[in-house]
Design a protein around this ligand. Structure first.
Ligand code: OSB
Ligand code: MG
Length: 370
């Protein structure tokens, strides 16, 4: 298979409620939708980059540049025998995992549609359902947080993650633990602390959290290893893991005991599968993170986490938590038991609602194989 056409659309969707983390507050979502076409079939993938470089260095503008000038030409030149061929073909381009992932995932989705198979089957996963967890942003105060978490628990979510930052951590966890002594609970700091805070972070040990996600530097593993020696709570890495090799190094050092897998952060499905395999070989649990995706990226996450190493609920929650109207029909829904059904249709398995995509789109580029 040779790609004939690659398209990029820039879309904007308003979030139903702002999402606040230690690195900022998001009120709307701007992202790139990438499509790859061959043999009359088109596959789609959502890029996880944002307008700003506050989570990781890439932005929508850098992704567009790197796709247009470097990755699309490499992809057009490639004879694709399997979607796994795309990742090594991008190796000469260093970094830019989000850009790589968007195009690589579009090729997997195209492949699945061409084979008339759901994405999970092409990835080597399984059908059925996955367990949904939820990520709750920073709230006004403890009362507002308890109220928000009460709502999510009532909706069925099996695991709750809350965002923390210095000055807004122990009291939040304490308030939640009082109300929900048994709830599978974890915290995500998005790199807001340093080793100076080690003693303070250790006071979280008494709340029996499942894990603490990325407490230290976004590009650090060494200090995380030092911190892990001083914490009973397992550390989970997010920002610092960009592929299987990073995970191997982090695990060798003892920098974490769990890994958050975001396919967009690690460069695509092939890289996510390799990362999954590295962790699984060492019996290290992984779970699937989220980036406030529309249904297109959200469904890709559902398919990915049907692989056997994903033994913990992820950050994949229902479309309705984020968007008035999702770009897919049906939207992603979570059952009262806290599960999401794994689609059986070809590719991501839900229809893309094109009038909504066109309404959200303010830029559209089309590139053809030379
Ligand atoms: O750190 O996992 C994170 C959202 C944007 C950027 C980083 C993160 C997050 C989330 C939300 O935690 C996950 C989701 O609900 O999609
Ligand atoms: Mg995180």
């Amino acid at each position: 298979m040779k790609l004939e056409r690659i398209e990029v659309r820039r879309l904007g969707l308003k979030l139903r409620t702002p999402f606040e983390t230690s690195f900022g507050r998001t009120t709307s979502k701007e992202f790139l939708l990438v499509s790859a076409s061959a043999d009359g079939v088109t596959g789609y993938a959502e890029c996880v980059a944002d307008v700003d470089p506050f989570y990781l260095p890439e932005t929508n503008a850098t992704v567009l540049h790197v796709l247009r000038d470097f990755l699309a030409p490499l992809a057009f030149a490639l004879e694709i025998g399997h979607p796994k061929d795309v990742w090594p073909a991008f190796a000469r381009v260093r970094g830019h995992e989000m850009a790589k992932a968007a195009l690589e995932m579009a090729v997997w989705e195209l492949w699945a549609r061409r084979e008339r198979q759901p994405l999970w089957r092409v990835l080597g996963g399984r059908g059925g359902f996955v367990e949904a967890g939820v990520s709750v942003g920073l709230q006004r105060d403890e009362a507002a947080l308890v109220e928000a978490v009460t709502r999510e628990v009532a909706a069925g979510y099996r695991r709750v993650k809350i965002k923390i930052k210095p000055g807004r951590d122990v009291a939040l966890v304490e308030a939640l633990r009082e109300r929900f002594p048994q709830l599978p609970l974890m915290v995500d700091a998005n790199s807001a602390y340093t080793l100076v805070d080690a003693e303070h972070l250790a006071t979280l040990d008494r709340f029996w959290l499942m894990m603490i996600e990325q407490p230290l530097g976004w590009d650090d593993i060494v200090d995380h290893a030092t911190l892990q020696k001083r914490l009973a709570t397992p550390i989970c890495l997010d920002e610092s893991i960009h592929g299987a090799e990073d995970a191997r190094r982090a695990l060798e050092l003892g920098a974490c005991q769990v890994v958050n897998v975001k396919v967009g952060r690690v460069g695509g499905f092939a890289s996510a599968l390799a990362l999954h395999d590295v962790c699984r070989a060492r019996s290290v649990p992984v779970w699937c993170g989220g980036m406030l995706e529309s249904g297109i990226g959200r469904l890709a996450n559902v398919h990915l986490q049907t692989l056997p190493g994903f033994t913990l609920p992820g950050d994949t929650s229902a479309s309705e938590r984020y968007f008035e109207e999702d770009l897919v029909d049906p939207p992603v829904v979570v059952s009262p038991q806290g599960t999401i059904a794994v689609p059986e249709g070809p590719g991501i398995g839900h229809e893309i609602v094109w009038p909504r995509v066109e309404r959200a789109c303010d830029l559209h580029e089309t590139w053809r194989r030379p």
